[in-house]
Design a protein around this ligand. Structure first.
Ligand SMILES: Nc1ncnc2c1ncn2[C@@H]1O[C@H](COP(=O)(O)OP(=O)(O)O)[C@@H](O)[C@H]1O
Length: 189
């Protein structure tokens, strides 16, 4: 694995200033959530910093990279290639940043659409992405309030807000997000 400072320098070069600040915010927030909910704070801090490492790649580049990496591009991913920044980012983290920790890579791969079997670390990164201090959208205060006390309720609310927002925009909701929400509602808290 490369040094923290080198990771930051690399991200500064590949991300916009705004996106880099967001990544630092997610890293700090994820560390805090991990301590609160029993995930590994070191993994959370690292996954948070790197989660958007592929976010400023073009759609074409994301689609090409997905093909190179053998990532399955389903019909929704083909139509909304931005979503590929999560699984492509996870692969870059393995290859470019030499981070082999599967838990860190999985949390990065799942941070945008979620999944039906999210680990605590996966949820911590997903939520930190929604509530880091730079985020400002209707409902972020309620999400921050829930994330301070109840991981399960905060995750359900985060899925709800994402699904409602995409529907309001007339967009395609990725099935993993619906599966993730259903799994939380069907599972034992
Ligand atoms: N679960 C989802 N299903 C379908 N589209 C989504 C989903 N989550 C986000 N999107 C869309 O994908 C794009 C990128 O989302 P995201 O990476 O979460 O945004 P941000 O850059 O604010 O972090 C946005 O256009 C968003 O509406």
């Amino acid at each position: 694995m490369i040094e923290w400072e080198e990771i930051e320098n690399n991200l500064r070069k590949t991300l916009s200033g705004h996106r880099f600040q967001h990544s630092v915010g997610v890293s700090v927030t994820a560390e805090d959530l991990a301590k609160r909910f029993g995930a590994d704070p070191v993994q959370a801090r690292l996954a948070g910093l790197l989660h958007d490492c592929a976010r400023d790649m073009s759609n074409n580049h994301l689609l090409q990279s997905a093909e190179t990496f053998g990532i399955v591009v389903d019909t929704v991913l083909r139509r909304v290639p931005e979503l590929l920044h999560a699984p492509v980012g996870a692969q870059l983290v393995r290859e470019r940043y030499k981070i082999s920790d599967p838990a860190v890579c999985q949390a990065i791969a799942r941070h945008t659409v979620g999944a039906k079997d999210m680990s605590v670390l996966d949820m911590v990164i997903y939520l930190a992405d929604c509530i880091e201090p730079g985020r400002d959208f209707l409902g972020v205060h309620e999400l921050r309030r829930l994330a301070a006390v109840d991981l399960w309720a905060a995750m359900v609310k985060a899925y709800d807000q994402s699904i409602i927002y995409i529907i309001q925009q007339g967009g395609l909701v990725h099935p993993a997000t619906i599966e993730g929400r259903n799994a939380l509602l069907l599972g034992i808290r």
